[in-house]
Design a protein around this ligand. Structure first.
Ligand SMILES: [Zn+2]
Length: 618
């Protein structure tokens, strides 16, 4: 018996064995065609073109400086940027972007496209990492070998966060970390890089200033300002005042929160509020926060100690990061402050503060497990108070809503950022960014870290400060920005470096293609329709009526007519094509079967399930 199958879209390679190595898939820049909107009416889907052709890019002229954002200027995430001058390339950050299930079902995340760097490995002097958030470090395990494993210059805390990521890749060669500190200056090739401290929602975040012959290029990394009521602190005045002393050629600055007016809420207000809550809450207090909010977690533990309360940490991220905080000596909790979840009932409820992960409604995180009564030791009741000390990351609205609903089922009290100041952002608002822009006083400006619209708003704000329009460039991922004429001119080249989206897809086989993603979208939308036909090879007739298996498409029992017709079309197609053919071209038969069945299903249901033909020759 001969058995063959193909997928309707030739992606059969995507369905089998697992290997240890994670695969990286490259697909072209997102276009209107690749959105999740269903194309209608029925037409054969055009294959998406593979990547931009490897067009020869113009060489970098001797005196020019090239700045190329490889990611992070058309989205929030996958931040990566490079500065190239003569024989030296410095790379800044290598982040990931999380995907939504609609855009790319089953895809873990998207990483920057490093193709441009892969041909220039010998020029790369280092990867400089500004801070330890995943949108700045998460791509490192996937790209570091592709760019020749250069040394990584970063702060101690960030290096530990990166190393922790690498633990998931045990076969990876060790990374070469060079720990740097704010205030330090290092030489990389013919360029010098100065590090300075910036305020962000993770400790040891660094801004960088690159000395070039025409002036300095200041890259802020993510940041906000420490301030009270819109007056930047002395620390900020000093740091930015110093930077402002330099001859600054170009400022590249964070745009994430630029659409919000004024100054961002200061973290001090959050601490004061949380202190009041910890002090005054009568029952148990459960605080959900981001595990990377080191300072806030530490503050919560210190406040708990102040009021004689015990802390229970729930969730791997929080436990790990508290250990990291101790290693880099950010704090040292008193002995006995942190107790295990098992001991929760050994103390009166008003002495218990639980720090938990999962404030984004993540399915398996501690908060969700508590809310659906799946936690081993912590059972919620109406005397509990839950504080969600975080904002809702765009895209997580539904899961957060679900979490809140589940929590409220216990008739407890919820305090969140919309009703009370229990969270502040790590990114500066418009006025903060304007203040930084004026302090730095650079000749040119590139807004970064955000969607295109955010970058444009940032450019507008800078313009309103009197900054000449022609000195601002709003780039796309892969844009080549050049500083020319000995630092007198900034120019956006017509050419772009490869910037097609690169995806990471768990543990899957190597060479998967964009059709796999499209299949998943189709499966999620319209389900699957498998037609199995048994052909008598001697007569060319079907042995029996074809079998049909379908999932997520229609309710078969109530669709007998449709099934009957699909069987009829299958039988007609096969018998017509097999008649007199020797040898039989099964691939051809299956293709025709797929086309005919798909067209019929679309015409009668307006749905486009993935059709899989199976022919058994006997
Ligand atoms: Zn960040």
């Amino acid at each position: 018996m001969k058995k063959t199958t193909t997928r309707s879209s030739n992606s059969a390679r995507g369905e089998v064995s697992h290997t240890k190595k994670r695969s990286v898939i490259t697909i072209p820049q997102r276009t209107k065609n690749s959105s999740h909107i269903k194309p209608k009416p029925f037409q054969k889907q055009k294959p998406i073109k593979r990547i931009q052709p490897n067009k020869k890019l113009p060489e970098l002229s001797k005196g020019n400086i090239r700045i190329i954002p490889l990611g992070g200027v058309e989205e929030v995430g996958k931040n990566m940027m490079l500065v190239e001058y003569q024989n030296d390339i410095l790379v800044f950050d290598a982040g990931v972007q999380f995907t939504t299930e609609e855009d790319a079902p089953g895809i873990d995340y998207i990483i920057p496209n490093t193709k441009y760097l892969e041909g220039k490995k010998d020029k790369i002097r280092g990867l400089i990492v500004t801070h330890g958030h995943l949108d700045h470090i998460g791509g490192i395990p996937y790209i570091i070998e592709r760019i020749g494993n250069p040394p990584i210059y970063t702060s101690e805390l960030t290096s530990i966060m990166i190393q922790k990521k690498m633990d998931d890749f045990p076969t990876h060669p060790p990374l070469n970390f060079k720990i740097v500190q704010a205030g330090e200056k290092i030489k990389l090739g013919n360029l010098k890089v100065k590090f300075f401290p910036v305020t962000h929602s993770i400790p040891q975040a660094l801004g960088t200033s690159i000395e070039t012959p025409y002036g300095n290029i200041v890259i802020t990394g993510d940041l906000k300002l420490e301030h009270s009521d819109g007056v930047p602190s002395e620390k900020e005045e000093k740091v930015w005042g110093n930077i402002g002393q330099d001859n600054n050629l170009l400022l590249i600055a964070d745009s994430t929160n630029v659409e919000k007016p004024g100054y961002s809420m200061s973290e001090k207000i959050v601490y004061d509020n949380i202190e009041q809550i910890i002090k005054n809450t009568k029952g148990r207090l459960i605080i959900g926060t981001f595990a990377s909010q080191f300072e806030r977690m530490i503050k919560i533990i210190e406040i708990a100690e102040k009021y004689g309360k015990k802390i229970i940490t729930e969730g791997r991220g929080i436990k790990v990061n508290i250990e990291i905080a101790k290693i880099v000596k950010l704090f040292e909790p008193k002995k006995g402050t942190i107790i295990s979840a098992k001991e929760v009932d050994n103390y009166p409820p008003d002495r218990i503060v639980i720090l938990a992960t999962g404030s984004q409604g993540e399915e398996f995180a501690a908060l969700m497990r508590m809310s659906i009564k799946q936690h081993k030791h912590i059972f919620l009741n109406e005397k509990d108070t839950v504080v969600l000390s975080s904002s809702v990351i765009p895209g997580n609205e539904i899961s957060v809503r679900k979490l809140e609903d589940n929590l409220y089922r216990h008739n407890l009290k919820i305090i969140h950022y919309r009703t009370s100041d229990v969270h502040s952002t790590g990114h500066g608002n418009a006025q903060e960014l304007a203040w930084i822009h004026q302090k730095v006083g650079a000749r040119f400006f590139i807004p970064a870290y955000g969607h295109h619209s955010m970058l444009k708003v940032h450019a507008e704000i800078v313009k309103s400060l009197g900054f000449p329009d022609k000195n601002t460039i709003v780039p796309d991922d892969g844009s080549i920005v050049e500083i020319q004429n000995q630092g007198q001119k900034i120019n956006l080249l017509k050419d772009k470096v490869p910037s097609g989206i690169v995806m990471v897809d768990g543990f899957s086989i190597g060479d998967m293609q964009e059709v796999v993603i499209r299949d998943r979208q189709n499966l999620a939308q319209d389900g699957i329709f498998v037609v199995i036909a048994m052909v008598d090879l001697s007569t060319g007739k079907l042995k029996k009526s074809p079998d049909i298996i379908s999932r997520g498409f229609i309710y078969l029992r109530e669709s007998q007519n449709l099934l009957k017709q699909a069987r009829y079309i299958t039988k007609q197609t096969i018998e017509r094509m097999v008649k007199g053919a020797k040898p039989i071209d099964f691939d051809c038969v299956k293709k025709e079967m797929t086309n005919n069945v798909s067209r019929y299903l679309f015409q009668s249901t307006n749905k486009r399930p993935v059709v899989i033909p199976v022919i058994l020759g006997v």
